[in-house]
Write a protein that binds this ligand. Structure first.
Ligand code: NAP
Length: 264
């Protein structure tokens, strides 16, 4: 089982989608869990489902990662040397849809708080203990959107570019410490993400492009166990990434701008 090597994992955004799937796999593999998200009821239902069934300890830490208080509570749990965490999965995140000129600045701000600041602060809180113990992993769920400009969801792509760059650099800084940093770059995955973002790509994208949350979770945990710098889940998305990454930045921008003008 992919989770067996981790004693205690903190998973943010565990109340649905990829985070929930990661939590389920970790529990099945024997890891204890700290489940983080805003929706306490959903986290408690998941804890009640996983804890007794798999015989693992599951803590619920309801926190809004768009707030200083919420981030501080999770930072404190990560820094608690009496209950060490050896895997941090920074997965919570959301997007908004529309041209920046029209979007609510408060929602864009919250997006940066959750997708960027929480990832930075939680990682920083977890690292001293992990490095001190010579063991651990940080997994940051970014997106393939982090590799391209994303007109129509500009802030989202920019937040994920931050996560890719941060994690790449961290991966190198951590060499020789026994701790690894892994960025996960999923493509389209069936979760609540699209509905929350007010976006309906299901209407025009074929079934073949969609991954399940569990497929992404499996690739995520395999990548963490192997200490990889980057994971692109799914063969089709690996190929797409391989084909498009050599394109010059201007060509990628023009291509993505075209998809926006076509209303995709
Ligand atoms: N689905 C895709 O196509 C796709 C593709 C590439 C990358 N991703 C990335 O994958 C990650 C997981 O998304 P998902 O697809 O699983 O979407 P999802 O089903 O909407 O799950 C998002 C999770 O983030 C949590 N969250 C959102 N805002 C939060 C906040 N302010 N504080 C704490 N938790 C918060 C949500 O919990 P609460 O609402 O309970 O707080 C939920 O558990 C995200 O980082 C997303 O950017 C998704």
């Amino acid at each position: 089982m992919s989770g067996a090597r981790w004693r205690t994992a903190v998973v943010t955004g565990a109340s649905s989608g990829i985070g929930e799937a990661v939590a389920r796999r970790l529990a099945a593999g024997g890891s204890g869990l700290v489940l983080v998200a805003r929706d306490r009821d959903r986290l408690e239902a998941l804890a009640a489902d996983l804890g007794p069934y798999h015989g693992v300890e599951v803590e619920v830490l309801a926190a809004d990662l768009a707030t200083v208080e919420g981030r501080s509570a999770v930072e404190a749990r990560l820094a608690d040397g009496h209950a060490p965490v050896d895997l941090l999965v920074n997965n919570a995140g959301f997007g908004t849809t529309g041209d920046l000129v029209d979007l609510d600045p408060e929602a864009e701000d919250r997006q940066v708080q959750v997708n960027v600041l929480a990832v930075l602060r939680l990682t920083r809180a977890a690292l001293p203990g992990m490095v001190g113990r010579g063991r651990g992993a940080v997994v940051n769920v970014a997106s393939l959107a982090g590799l391209y400009p994303t007109p129509g969801t500009a802030t989202y792509g920019a937040t994920k570019a931050f996560v890719c760059s941060l994690t790449d650099a961290l991966h190198e800084e951590l060499r020789g410490t026994g701790v690894t940093a892994t960025a996960v770059l999923p493509g389209f995955t069936r979760t609540e993400f699209q509905e929350r973002a007010g976006w309906r790509p299901q209407a025009y994208l074929p079934d073949a492009v969609w991954m399940t949350a569990d497929e992404v979770a499996a690739a995520t945990l395999d990548g963490a166990a192997a200490g990889r710098a980057r994971v692109v889940p799914g063969v089709a998305y690996k190929v797409l990434n391989g084909v498009t990454s050599p394109l010059p930045a201007g060509a990628r921008r023009t291509l993505l701008g075209l998809t926006r003008r076509l209303g995709l």
